[in-house]
Design a protein around this ligand. Structure first.
Ligand code: PHB
Ligand code: FE
Length: 327
């Protein structure tokens, strides 16, 4: 094998409902008309296929994200940036006490290939795991077609900023119609008068207009990048399909409307806080929590990430606080 070899995916022939079953290490995955069934050496778990595919889509698209992606209170992944833990019950007090928890570590390319194949096989025609439930067909039933274009859509990641020549383009009617919930968002763009020769350096764009044209929910995209500082705004409607366990501080700026956050201890799930963020509110989520958001109306949220690779170890070793400021 070379470094570029495609990792093996262990998939069965289609089952009675038409879906392949997947095996990686000691974990086995099966879907039927309504559910995802996960088994591991010490247990079994069942999730609605709707929530499972929405979580799987994000884990795949974000390449295992920062820290922990809990699909629910039992199953999920922890990113070690090169390898990934797949776990069941490991961050659940009851499973731990009963000694039923289990985890296995995989090279990232191996788990990535399995998750990509499962997401593609299990997503049927018309269902878009990134869409608001109000804007997609349902995921239920026997296998009918697929939606490869949706589950492999390109993620926006600006290397400098949206609108800078050669970088991610601003959105227009031709590519991204305004979402039904943001019909009132002004679409004017700023005037920029750059000195001749500085046209590539002095740039600006209307972020509200840009976000009003997003066709996905709960999917932070990188609109600007300055060293490790990433602005990752996103449009939200209904429920964040994962419970995110932080390995660093994250800042939230609520740009419009309102989101309710359930905040729990990252490792045990013990309840820590319920935070209602209204338009204009700013919060820092500590580096030792997990959180899930509820957005009753489509809203705009800016997630500000510090992508420094040394942060998880600095926090684990106690050299850096889990809070960004001490008052
Ligand atoms: C988060 O875990 O911080 C997060 C993830 C996706 C979103 C918003 C926030 O859309
Ligand atoms: Fe988070």
């Amino acid at each position: 094998m070379t470094d570029t070899a495609i990792p093996a995916v262990h998939a069965s022939e289609p089952n009675a409902e038409g879906y392949r079953e997947f095996t990686i290490g000691g974990f086995h995955f099966r879907r039927d008309e309504f559910f995802a069934h996960v088994t591991w050496p010490t247990g079994t778990h069942v999730m609605s296929i709707d929530g499972f595919l929405r979580a799987l889509q994000r884990d795949v698209a974000w390449d295992f994200f920062y820290g922990t992606v809990n699909f629910d209170g039992v199953f999920g992944t922890v990113n070690h940036y090169g390898t990934v833990d797949m776990f069941a019950g490991r961050y659940n007090d009851s499973y731990r006490k009963a000694e039923l928890d289990h985890f296995e570590n995989f090279p990232t390319p191996e788990i990535r290939a399995t998750f990509e194949a499962m997401l593609d096989d299990w997503t049927i025609n018309g269902f878009d795991p990134f869409a608001s439930p109000a804007e997609t067909a349902k995921p239920f039933g026997v296998k009918t077609g697929s939606n490869t274009a949706a589950v492999t859509r390109r993620r926006v990641t600006a290397s400098r900023m949206v609108g800078v020549p050669g970088d991610e383009a601003i959105r227009t009617d031709a590519t991204h119609p305004i979402n039904r919930m943001f019909a009132d968002v002004p679409q004017d763009e700023p005037d920029v008068d750059a000195e001749p020769g500085f046209e590539d350096e002095v740039c600006a764009f209307n972020l509200f207009a840009y976000l009003s044209r997003s066709d996905v929910t709960w999917n932070p995209s990188v609109v600007s990048q300055c060293k490790a500082s990433l602005y990752c705004p996103t449009t939200e409607e209904y429920i964040l399909p994962i419970i995110h366990g932080n390995d660093r501080v994250e800042w939230f700026v609520q740009m419009s409307d309102q989101i309710i956050w359930d905040v729990q201890d990252r490792d045990t799930g013990a309840v820590r806080a319920k935070v209602t963020m209204k338009a204009g509110d700013v919060a820092a989520m500590p580096g030792d929590i997990r959180h899930q958001g509820y957005s009753p109306k489509r809203s705009m949220l800016l997630v500000w990430e510090n992508a420094s690779p040394e942060l998880p170890e600095l926090i684990r070793s106690g050299k850096t606080s889990v809070y960004p400021v001490d008052f």
